[in-house]
Design a protein around this ligand. Structure first.
Ligand SMILES: Cc1ncc(COP(=O)(O)O)c(C=O)c1O
Length: 380
């Protein structure tokens, strides 16, 4: 099946009791059994990590299963686990793969809460992390220790947009006997499939492009059935299950992801070019620009566009960041990304740069909005 067909059809089933075509929301805490033995078998299978032995919605739920099967088909994964948030998904993976005394290698530029999870939560459990520049393969290789069990990076780092050379890191990871885990939130499987290039596990904040509408917090993990079983047991133990209604909303958004990613990529490319050529902007990072340091390596992996995420900096620094963001009329000033609605995120603690999540509005309107905001900066 091709991608749009997969996004629409994978995981769907007609409701057996009513014939409802749209997947229902199984808003239930528990599931009834006709026999004591049936209940025992479901609990036992579920405790081993089985995804469809439904007995209690903290462990698994049929509405969440629709979403899991859809993501599995799109990522090319054996199985998928949906969790309450992207951070719940990352926690389920790292806590199920690592023990006290283990070591992991992380990108030195990651979503800030992932850094807190690694340094504070895992560090407090006796799991040591070495941060490295993930675009420097020599540094990744040099960080490997006999007890390295995980290498973790974002496919493109948040917010500095350093690209991870997936096949090369996968080879280092295999040599070390470690699991290579990739946070693919910024790209989605429409643009990049890390499992096809040797990653063992992929995670997403499904809050972002997977759901795509900015109305639900969610996370997914994709990988082998064995690794997903371990992650499910961990997710269950900390009580980080997705609510059925949230899974239903994310699955509804996911059906249009390939269409949305085309528009995000076309708009992202146009806005990145506008910024690169503007005299007020001193640097811009977007892998789709042929002038971007990561363009050549990213082009080995990506051929469907480069998404909607841009980071840039203006020569007038702090005043420019504030004026640009406050002058935007269409784009919202907010945290988060991957929404239909364009979002600007000013970063005063990162040298007054701006991270821009280019949405799906008509490109002429976005160009007009960014141009008038830059005109205000030029007038400072
Ligand atoms: C790259 C990345 N990974 C993970 C997360 C965490 O996801 P969530 O907010 O759904 O917990 C975020 C959130 O912004 C993110 O940008």
């Amino acid at each position: 099946m091709n991608e749009m067909t997969t996004a629409i059809h994978a995981g769907e089933r007609v409701d057996p009791t009513t014939g409802a075509l749209a997947a229902p929301i199984y808003q239930t805490a528990t599931f009834a059994f006709e026999t004591a033995q049936g209940k025992e078998a479901a609990v036992d299978a579920s405790m081993q990590g089985a995804a469809d032995a439904y007995f209690y919605s903290r462990t698994s739920n049929p509405t969440s299963r629709v979403l899991e099967e859809k993501v599995a088909a799109l990522e090319g994964a054996e199985d998928v686990l949906v969790c309450a948030s992207g951070m719940a998904a990352i926690s389920a993976v790292l806590l199920s793969q690592l023990r006290a005394g283990d070591h992991l290698i992380i990108s030195d530029n990651l979503f800030v809460i992932t850094e807190i999870l690694v340094q504070q939560t895992l560090g407090g459990l006796g799991i040591e992390a070495t941060p490295v520049d993930i675009s420097d393969l020599g540094a990744v290789r040099a960080a490997v220790r006999p007890n390295t069990r995980v290498i973790f990076t974002e496919s493109i780092t948040n917010p500095y947009m350093r690209f991870a050379d997936l096949s090369a890191i996968a080879e280092i990871s295999r040599g070390a006997g470690a699991k290579f885990v990739v946070d693919n939130t910024f790209f989605t499987p429409s643009l990049l499939k890390p499992l096809a290039f040797g990653a063992d596990i992929v995670v997403h904040s499904a809050t972002k492009y997977i759901g795509g509408h900015g109305d639900t917090v969610s996370g997914v993990v994709a990988g082998s059935a064995a690794d997903m079983g371990l992650a499910r047991i961990q997710m269950d133990a900390v009580g980080a299950a997705a609510a059925p209604f949230n899974s239903w909303l994310i699955a509804r958004g996911l059906r249009t992801m390939p269409l949305r990613m085309r528009q995000h990529s076309a708009n992202g490319q146009a806005i990145a070019e506008l910024l690169r050529d503007h005299p007020e902007v001193d640097w811009v990072r977007y892998v789709g620009l042929d002038t971007d340091p990561a363009h050549e390596v990213a082009s080995k992996y990506m051929s469907n566009g480069f998404g909607g995420m841009i980071s840039f900096h203006m020569t007038k620094g702090e005043r420019a960041m504030a004026t640009f963001c406050e002058s935007l009329e269409l784009a919202g000033v907010a945290v988060s990304l991957g929404d239909l609605h364009t979002l600007a995120y000013p970063m005063p603690k990162r040298d007054f740069m701006v991270r821009f999540s280019v949405g799906c509005e008509d490109v002429e309107d976005l160009i007009a909005d960014v141009t008038q905001a830059l005109d205000r900066v030029a007038a400072l």
